[in-house]
Design a protein around this ligand. Structure first.
Ligand code: GLN
Length: 195
């Protein structure tokens, strides 16, 4: 794996590109189906998933993302990106790309809690180690109906917020907005700069 494509239709793709650059990973913005397919790994960033769906309509980008995931290249999804990647979406209901066997319930934390910086301590220690993980939640979805192959790597109040299914790592929060590189390093563990 060499070049990671960061889906740059909308949202915080620049923060992802900067965070990966700090890790020594060559990350480039991708906007077309051809650019997506030419990537060795993909980031589906946070932002507004409804806008992302609109911008992808009729472009072949959604199909290209599915192709990259199916061929086994790493995909790292955060927040709105997790909503895109999920099999089902609620709020409103629709199908997602089906890369993650889960239902993403949009904006599920309610007004008081919808954005927060939380220190996650309920972590899979094999994957992440023991140190608490600072997690920035911004109008985050919740994940429900997890399939049998979905590993939960971190929980907030008992609910899954960081999961892995094969080559996909999905965080309902924003690791790209925190200094801690552990989540991105997990997503792109096969990258020469992170091995
Ligand atoms: N609430 C947004 C959505 O439903 C996601 C928020 C985010 O990516 N920070 O698409």
């Amino acid at each position: 794996m060499t070049v990671v494509g960061v889906l740059a239709l909308q949202g915080d793709f620049e923060a992802h590109a900067a965070a990966l650059a700090r890790l020594g990973v060559d990350a480039r913005p991708v906007r077309t189906a051809a650019e997506v397919r030419a990537s060795d790994g993909l980031v589906l960033p946070g932002g507004e998933s409804t806008t992302m769906w609109k911008l992808m309509e009729g472009t072949g980008v959604a199909e290209a993302i599915v192709d990259v995931a199916r061929r086994g290249d790493p995909v790292f999804a955060t927040c709105a990106g997790v909503i895109l990647a999920s099999r089902r979406i609620e709020g409103p209901s629709r199908d997602g790309l089906g890369l993650l066997a889960a239902t993403a319930v949009r904006n599920a934390y309610g007004r008081q809690l919808d954005s927060a910086v939380v220190s996650l301590t309920d972590l899979d220690r094999d994957a992440l180690g023991a140190a608490p993980l600072e997690a920035v939640f911004i109008r985050a979805p919740k994940l429900a109906d997890l399939g049998p192959n979905v590993e939960v790597l971190a929980r907030r109040d008992g609910e899954p917020v960081l999961v892995r299914e094969g080559n996909l790592v999905a965080a309902t929060f924003h690791p790209e907005l925190a200094a801690d590189p552990r989540v991105a390093a997990l997503a792109f563990a096969a990258h020469p700069a992170l091995r």
